[in-house]
Design a protein around this ligand. Structure first.
Ligand code: FE2
Length: 420
């Protein structure tokens, strides 16, 4: 085979190798190093360097060098005029004699000449300077032929595309990071807003201080016990925090009445789920069903709740969770007309109303979560913080909870219980 044909085949194979490097190497620096060594090897060039161009810093940063010694600079500045010159010259390799007019060369002439650089190849992709290859002489001592320069140019273009892709990727990563940061900030703002609303609702109702906040927390604990994803658990917590937002429009003296309210006042108070729904509906919540939780948190499985008397499967699931959390808090806190009920009564009540007011699997989740905390299966002390140590450690509660859980397991999955 004639020598020039052999060379051509060799070049094609080196180009294919570089192409493969650029396309498949996940490690950018390794890709550059390997490709550069392929370039040097294909023409038996003794020394050289390859740099990436930073458009922001206007400098070349060398990513790989061979045979240039430790004193070769790791970066080199490029003026705007130089950048323009390189762009207008395109990717043709520049002989040192041509390069002398450039400011860049004038500045770095001593080191470039000392290191025996003979050829400079700017890498330009989509009219953008992405880097530069600098090459010393060939091992044979022969000057670079026009074929050699074409080979160098083709290989440098391949590597340039790799750098260009990496730049694009870095831009995308920066954008994605920025978006994530903005998203996190928005979520935080949303969470803070929700908590402020809950505090505003609770402020209005002096007898049930902290009710919305506690319902938010109980709802969260129930959903977490169900094994739901973090995002769904957060959504349920928000629904709990906001379930009584409609109370903001109810007369303060009705909410704070020290006696049982009359029928007219009850009718007024009972509007709060629908009002809450109207308030929450126009807001774009990051979770679904928040307005529905407010609207239906006083519905019961047996259809005896309000405002619509929905039955079991007609009630949005999130509303069932908030309903249980709401009732649990009502039972375990002091109200002006009703003292806090002892722990054993609460457990019995939950069990008795399972399938009537509450979804049995939710009662199971609530009792299960409390039991885990009491037996030390979970290290957190969330219920204890909300209910107080004494209340949580009331005598016989562990056995009662275990009994309730067994009873609930025996009744099987959720069944519709007809209205009495
Ligand atoms: Fe309510």
């Amino acid at each position: 085979m004639p020598e020039n044909q052999q060379k051509l085949i060799h070049t094609f194979s080196a180009l294919a190798d570089i192409g493969q490097e650029v396309a498949h190497k996940f490690n950018f620096h390794e890709m550059i190093r390997t490709s550069f060594h392929l370039l040097l090897g294909s023409l038996a060039i003794m020394r050289g360097g390859i740099a990436r161009y930073s458009r922001f810093g206007h400098e070349l940063n060398f990513l790989a060098v061979r045979g240039l010694g430790d004193d070769f600079p790791v970066s080199a500045s490029i003026s705007l005029e130089d950048e323009r010159e390189f762009l207008s010259a395109g990717m043709s390799p520049i002989e040192l004699s041509q390069a002398k007019m450039l400011l860049f060369f004038q500045h770095y002439q001593p080191v470039i000449e000392k290191k025996g650089i003979e050829l400079i190849v700017p890498m330009i992709v989509h009219d953008e300077l992405v880097g530069m290859v600098m090459l010393g002489e060939k091992a044979s001592g022969e000057p670079f032929s026009s074929a050699d320069r074409a080979i160098v140019q083709a290989m440098a273009r391949h590597i340039g595309v790799g750098i260009y892709q990496r730049n694009l990727m870095a831009q995308l990563e920066r954008k994605a990071e920025e978006n994530k940061r903005m998203y996190d900030e928005m979520r935080l703002t949303y969470a803070d807003t929700v908590k402020s609303f809950a505090a505003a609702i609770d402020y209005k109702d002096k007898y049930t201080e902290g009710h919305s906040v506690r319902v938010g927390k109980y709802s969260e604990l129930i959903a977490a016990e169900l094994g739901w994803s973090d995002e769904r658990v957060e959504g349920v917590a928000v629904a709990g925090y906001l379930h009584d937002v409609g109370k903001l429009t109810v007369e303060k003296n009705i909410i704070n009445s020290p006696r049982r309210i009359n029928a007219k006042e009850t009718a007024e108070l009972n509007k709060h789920p629908s009002v809450g729904y109207e308030i929450l509906l126009p807001i774009h919540h990051p979770y679904s069903d928040i307005p529905l939780a407010a609207k239906y948190h006083h519905e019961r499985l047996d259809g005896r709740g309000y405002p619509d008397g929905l039955k079991d499967e007609e009630i949005p699931y999130i509303a069932k969770i908030v309903n249980l959390a709401d009732s649990f808090d009502a039972m375990t806190t002091n109200r002006p007309y009703k003292a806090r009920r002892p722990a054993h009564e609460v457990v019995e009540d939950l069990q008795r109303n399972s399938g009537k007011q509450f979804a049995p699997e939710l009662v199971t989740a609530l009792c299960g979560a409390i039991l885990k905390e009491m037996t030390g299966e979970t290290k957190e002390r969330k219920f204890r913080k909300l209910l107080g140590r004494e209340y949580m450690e009331a005598e016989g509660i562990i056995d009662l909870l275990k009994g309730a859980l067994n009873g609930l397991a025996a009744t099987g999955p959720l069944t519709l219980v007809a209205a009495e």
